[in-house]
Write a protein that binds this ligand. Structure first.
Ligand SMILES: [Zn+2]
Length: 397
């Protein structure tokens, strides 16, 4: 998901309003949570705040993420998403990706005692040991290499350690979930082209994880059959629970197990709860004239526009319970075992998250909910980071 920056102030208000619902977590669970290695595979704070001039070195009263809050939430390693939409193409997309990486580097440079760029398993473990946040780079959208393997190599040299083959827009060599489901007839090709397969081979060679969030089913299966290394799905949920094109169907979930990869669940209410979009649509219909004028004025989606209008109470009413997010983890675990699931929050990339998941300080809620669901501490360590660490190691060593 990606939302526009204009949401921030209203979101902050909502978050303050929703704080009253948060339950306090027993100190013993907090201590266990802090001892776990927590790796989140998808966060959009660079697009949402850093590129807009905010300094996430300090605690902010807007957005979902900053360095002090990451520490508070027990985050050990964070994949920062490098993203631009499909309006960036030849001559602009690669350049934008580099500028966004620059913004991460400048955060790292200003906070050497808090955050370090990590490029492999050893780096992550070294940073964890020294109580610093390991920052990793994930490029969300293959269009940012502009069809050039030398650009792929160049982003790798700057630290890119996963690349999502597509964002919502298809590129010349891979088709997206949105296009494969919504605009299938207008596609020039379906799935991965021969060049797309070359891209996957090169990523395997370099040690850049192949990320299959956002891609269409055809691209998904083409890529997973092409990749010689375990893939990741950096921020997606279960289609059976919430049937949207961005979520994974059962045969895709089973394919991830066969490949040895990992599915990192997304916290976005619209991917967690099958009723969410219906409820949002009802509000959009109710406020149609204001939504239309905001869409026109700010070039934003109807969801983003209506979130500027809704009251905190109305926004709260749209949020699914945290238990529904845990259901997605549970579904994957029951189907393929506990070794293939992780966390890919999409914080700062969506307009709504389940009750209790207000920002990156709320990860302990996940740990508490998993314990309550009967998960062992060993299994929780795998879900919070162990499984992603395994895939990192198998790709980069
Ligand atoms: Zn995304």
């Amino acid at each position: 998901m990606k939302k526009l920056f204009t949401l921030c102030s209203s979101l902050a208000f909502l978050l303050m309003a929703s704080g009253a619902f948060a339950q306090s977590i027993p100190p013993s669970i907090l201590r266990f949570h802090q001892r776990c290695i927590l790796i989140d595979t998808h966060n959009d704070v660079l697009s949402e705040l850093s590129m807009q001039g905010y300094d996430i070195s300090h605690k902010l009263n807007t957005g979902n993420t900053d360095l002090p809050r990451l520490k508070e939430g027990g985050v050990d390693a964070q994949f920062f998403s490098i993203w631009c939409d499909g309006s960036y193409g030849k001559g602009t997309a690669f350049n934008y990706a580099n500028r966004e990486i620059d913004s991460l580097m400048s955060i790292i440079k200003r906070n050497p005692d808090k955050i370090v760029l990590a490029k492999n398993y050893e780096d992550i473990m070294h940073d964890v040991h020294h109580h610093k946040i390991a920052a990793l780079i994930g490029v969300e959208g293959g269009h940012m290499i502009e069809g050039r393997l030398d650009y792929l190599d160049s982003l790798y040299k700057r630290g890119m350690r996963y690349m999502t083959l597509t964002w919502n827009n298809s590129n010349g060599w891979a088709t997206s979930a949105v296009d494969e489901t919504g605009h299938r007839d207008s596609l020039k090709h379906l799935g991965l082209t021969d060049f797309g397969k070359e891209v996957v081979h090169r990523m395997n060679q370099l040690g850049v994880m192949v990320d299959l969030a956002h891609v269409g089913r055809q691209t998904f299966f083409d890529a997973i059959h092409t990749s010689s290394k375990p893939i990741i799905v950096s921020h997606s949920c279960v289609y059976k629970i919430c049937p949207v094109p961005r979520n994974l169907m059962d045969d895709q979930i089973r394919a991830v197990k066969r490949n040895g990869g990992v599915i990192c669940v997304n916290f976005y209410s619209g991917f967690v709860d099958s009723n969410y979009q219906h409820k949002v649509d009802a509000f959009i219909a109710e406020y149609r004239p204001q939504v239309d004028s905001l869409k026109h004025l700010k070039h934003e989606s109807a969801n983003d526009a209506v979130f500027e209008i809704l009251t905190p109470e109305q926004k709260q009413s749209l949020r699914p319970p945290l238990s529904l997010l845990i259901d997605h983890i549970d579904y994957i675990v029951k189907m393929i075992g506990v070794d293939y699931v992780g966390i890919g929050s999409d914080f700062d990339g969506a307009e709504s998250y389940p009750v209790g998941m207000d920002d990156v300080t709320d990860y302990p809620e996940i740990t508490a909910a998993l314990l309550q669901r009967g998960y062992s501490k060993k299994d929780i360590r795998k879900i919070l980071g162990g499984n992603v660490l395994r895939v990192v190691r198998e790709n980069m060593d």
